[in-house]
Design a binder for this molecule. Structure first.
Ligand SMILES: NC(=O)c1ccc[n+]([C@@H]2O[C@H](COP(=O)([O-])OP(=O)(O)OC[C@H]3O[C@@H](n4cnc5c(N)ncnc54)[C@H](OP(=O)(O)O)[C@@H]3O)[C@@H](O)[C@H]2O)c1
Length: 330
């Protein structure tokens, strides 16, 4: 297949590019900064020559959007909204203008669209869309608005020959450097991987292998369209999530952090506490109904697998650095 990945240079794009290329597909990444073969330039806002790669492709998977790991200032929130809505709109325009439109448009969305909740798990049919919860910071509603507008930009696009699926993804866990798992593991290794603000908030997650498998499954399943949750069936409270991660690496303790310590830490990391404190209890209703089987459905086992891969890639990096140093000395 010919697969086009707008915004495919980031964490999720790297995972998909690697897996789909290894499976023999022809992957083209659309980016604001093309640097290598199979990368095409765009601005994420306007139609241009880049749209030629969409014409005649089989699948477009749009991942573009300003990183959410930042301080939620007005300016950053606006950029998070615009980069998602504009890129989804212009991808729709490219598909609408194509003489040979792709048969499928997978549009990244987010599990953050669901309400902050602790009790009933949210699936696509019965889940509660967030934005009007009591007792949470007002600006959390903005993240829900981003997700809704993002999905609307896709659903309203006039692309009758193309099936459309919005991927309401939970945090994708992969050992790649700089990804969310890498950051959490780094904190755990420093002894800082304790519960935050009591740790009762739910963490929804999906193992990178299952993320790729779910994308491949959705490509095959012509009968599935609309929003689909990409989350393991085993979301769990943050306290247990971090305990399993510490156990997988072998860290005996994790300092707990209060809400204000989390605020301070997020400030230092130029990030925002919503990422840590919002309770996301999201489950894969439609994937399950369609017969998708998760290879990693329980976090403790998934964490052991991810830690094993993180250790191997660290050892490989050390090996390469050692070899380079000895070449330099000789
Ligand atoms: N990672 C997760 O666990 C997760 C979970 C749920 C949802 N998501 C969503 O899935 C998408 C991909 O996630 P990710 O972790 O791969 O994100 P990422 O690492 O931040 O990558 C997103 C890509 O979007 C492009 N981009 C950034 N700002 C842009 C702008 N103003 N206009 C156009 N393109 C822009 C960048 O590509 P260039 O700089 O090369 O143009 C960047 O590589 C994001 O929208 C994210 O919110 C991610």
């Amino acid at each position: 297949m010919k697969v086009v990945l707008p915004g495919g240079t980031g964490q999720v794009g790297t995972i998909l590019d690697r897996a789909l290329t290894a499976a023999g597909h022809e992957v083209t990444v659309v980016t604001r900064h093309p640097r290598r073969d199979r990368q095409v330039g765009w601005d994420g806002v306007t139609l241009g020559r880049w749209a030629e790669v969409v014409d005649g492709s089989d699948v477009v998977i749009n991942l573009a959007g300003r990183s959410v790991s930042c301080r939620y200032t007005d300016e950053n929130l606006r950029a998070m909204m615009d980069s998602r809505v504009d890129s989804a709109r212009v991808v729709g325009e490219a598909i609408a203008a194509a003489a040979r439109p792709p048969r499928l448009w997978l549009q990244m969305s987010t599990a953050t669209i669901y309400a902050h909740c602790f009790d009933a798990a949210n699936d696509e049919a019965t889940g509660t869309i967030g934005g009007s919860e009591a007792g949470v910071p007002e600006y959390w509603a903005y993240s829900v608005a981003i997700a809704r507008n993002w999905e609307r930009a896709q659903s309203e696009a006039p692309t009758p020959a193309t099936r459309k699926v919005a991927l309401r993804s939970a945090m994708v866990m992969s050992p790649d450097r700089g990804g969310v798992f890498d950051v959490l593991l780094g904190l755990a290794r420093l002894g800082l991987g304790g519960p935050v603000a009591g740790g009762a908030q739910y963490v929804s997650w999906i193992h990178d292998e299952d993320f790729v498998r779910a994308v491949e499954f959705l490509i095959e399943r012509d009968d599935v369209d609309g929003p689909v949750n990409l989350a393991s069936p085993g979301p769990l409270p943050h306290r247990e999530f971090m305990r399993a991660l510490r156990a997988a690496w072998g860290v005996p303790v994790g300092l707990p952090a209060t809400r204000w310590m989390a605020e301070l830490g997020a400030f230092a990391l130029r990030s925002d506490t919503e990422l840590l404190l919002k309770s996301r209890r999201v489950v894969p209703g439609r994937l399950r109904e369609a017969g998708f089987d998760f290879a990693h459905d329980a976090w403790p086992q998934a964490a052991v697998d991810l830690v094993g891969r993180a250790r191997s890639s660290r050892a490989a990096r050390r090996g390469r650095a050692g070899a380079a140093a000895s070449r330099w000395r000789s």
